[in-house]
Design a protein around this ligand. Sequence first.
Ligand SMILES: Cc1ncc(C[n+]2csc(CCOP(=O)(O)OP(=O)(O)O)c2C)c(N)n1
Length: 251
Amino acid sequence: MQVYSTPKAIKENSNFTFCPGCDHGLAIKTIAHVIDELNIRENTIAVASSGCSVFLYNFLDVDCIESPHGRACAVATGVKRAHKAQGNNKFVFTYQGDGDFASIGLAESMHSALRGENITAICINNTNYGMTGGQLGPTTAMGQITTTSQNGRNREYHGFPIKTAEQIAQCEGTCFSARVALYDIKNIINTKNTIKKAFEYQNQNLGFSFVEILSSCPTNWKLSPKESHEKIKTELSQIFPLGVLKDVKND
Ligand SMILES: Cc1ncc(C[n+]2csc(CCOP(=O)(O)OP(=O)(O)O)c2C)c(N)n1
């Protein structure tokens, strides 16, 4: 599998503008490989949201819509349903940060899953509000230092982080929920296969499919790209375990 070759679904002359070592570029490229493999580029509509995920439309060569902060699943629901009413079976997926999906947009996200909307949501979990300067987000780990939790996240003041893939797996309308990472080749390949499965389930009309990607944020974590991947491998994947949380075909 040519993970590092440029997929056709990436726009020509794309120079990723993410911070050095940020996993957004790798995530977008991995999604593009899946779009190539399934040959769905002409039929795909992506919904990006506020946050670093919004830059998706600069690089991914599919029709894209930008939604207000947190509203990507609601917008995707409308897009999917409106096309369906016209007899068009469009492939629709969202690309959102964890703050977007699991905090400001939690109601839209969870109710889309509960309704079993036939869309796919991809959540880039970098454990903070990246674009706005690294504030505490819904997934910030206990003890983690951010610009708004300078002594580390604590139970008394901030409460606990959300385990998004587990929560979405609890919704009856969810057909697939998984958490993956991109810190080495094995995990990149697994991420590609997992996204592919989520996309295929949408094509089979099985309901809401969800993939959470544990992703690096070297700038806000104040770590090097290598240290950031090490942190995901050794710390974050212990707190947010990798794997499939729900698969209606195998459960
Ligand atoms: C309604 C609204 N509130 C706040 C903002 C400001 N804002 C823009 S991006 C962002 C943080 C996004 O964080 P996350 O969703 O985790 O994505 P990341 O940037 O980390 O990829 C915020 C708070 C906004 N654009 N709209």
